[in-house]
Design a protein around this ligand. Structure first.
Ligand SMILES: [Zn+2]
Length: 273
């Protein structure tokens, strides 16, 4: 494909740009597929408040939030529904499954290397910032089906970076987690920074250079307590549903328990549970 592309003299894309775009597109598709599969292998249908609801599958409305259209305008004008915290907790759990399976996909295809993981972090960030279009620019609990995208990104980035540290330690590719943590953290911060600036430039069209772009502002220290408050509000619903999910999970080698321990440790550090 790259060869064919190079033969076209009018292309403005360098081969590396093309590779990068292709890999990001692939990772977005893979992550999305595994997120939906996550709902199934975790058997979320057993946790629905109303198991007979007509639009039962969590998947069907997955991408509605990222779209601007008449339906959405209508929805915005109507009374906001009470947040479904159990449902939002399940979305975070499906995100965890998606990340675990995407990393295993990269490992199985011999591509679990820093450049791919960096592009995975960028892909997740780009997708979630796309969903942010219809969310508020603060971290109050949203009435939407999914948690605020900045919360999803925070939890996702932390799980990916920790999974990579586990992998490096298990395969003896690092002298210690602390040494590797610097590199992995750099990669994660860089992904957030670059995708945030990209969005600011392309989507928000920010014209005041003295202000931090709105999505990036939610990721700063100034919003750390709001972020922890949001996750803290979801924690009881994650804990409550997790025991049933772990019992009935269709993939025995899932890493949901590691994900849960990470969240718990975070909340302890933040002075929560
Ligand atoms: Zn979902």
């Amino acid at each position: 494909m790259v060869k064919k592309h190079q033969e076209q003299n009018d292309s403005v894309l360098e081969p590396n740009d093309l590779h990068c775009r292709f890999v990001m597109f692939e990772l977005m598709l893979v992550w999305t597929f595994f997120h939906e599969l996550g709902h199934d292998v975790q058997r979320h249908f057993r946790l629905w408040a109303d198991p007979h609801r007509a639009n039962g599958a969590d998947a069907f409305l997955e991408f509605d939030e990222g779209r601007r259209g008449d339906d959405l305008a209508e929805r915005e004008n109507s009374q906001p529904a009470a947040p479904d915290l159990r449902g939002q907790a399940r979305e975070l759990m499906a995100d965890a499954e998606a990340l675990d399976l995407t990393l295993k996909y990269l490992l199985a295809t011999g591509r679990l290397k820093f450049p791919r993981v960096y592009l995975l972090l960028c892909s997740i960030s780009c997708m979630l910032q796309r969903f942010y279009l219809n969310y508020s620019d603060d971290l109050t609990i949203t009435p939407h089906r999914h948690p605020h995208p900045a919360v999803r990104e925070e939890v996702s980035q932390s799980f990916v970076t920790n999974s990579i540290l586990d992998f490096l330690a298990a395969t003896k590719q690092t002298s210690g987690r602390d040494a590797a943590a610097i590199v992995v953290t750099y990669m994660s911060v860089r992904a957030s920074l670059f995708t945030g600036l990209f969005r600011s430039h392309r989507v928000e069209r920010r014209d005041d250079p003295s202000r931090i772009p709105s999505y990036m502002r939610l990721q700063t220290e100034a919003h750390a307590s709001d972020m922890n408050r949001y996750i803290d509000a979801l924690m009881p619903h994650i804990e409550e549903q997790m025991s049933e999910v772990l019992q009935g999970h269709l993939l025995p080698d899932n890493r949901l328990n590691d994900w849960l321990q990470l969240l718990r440790a975070r909340m302890v550090a933040a002075g929560g549970h």
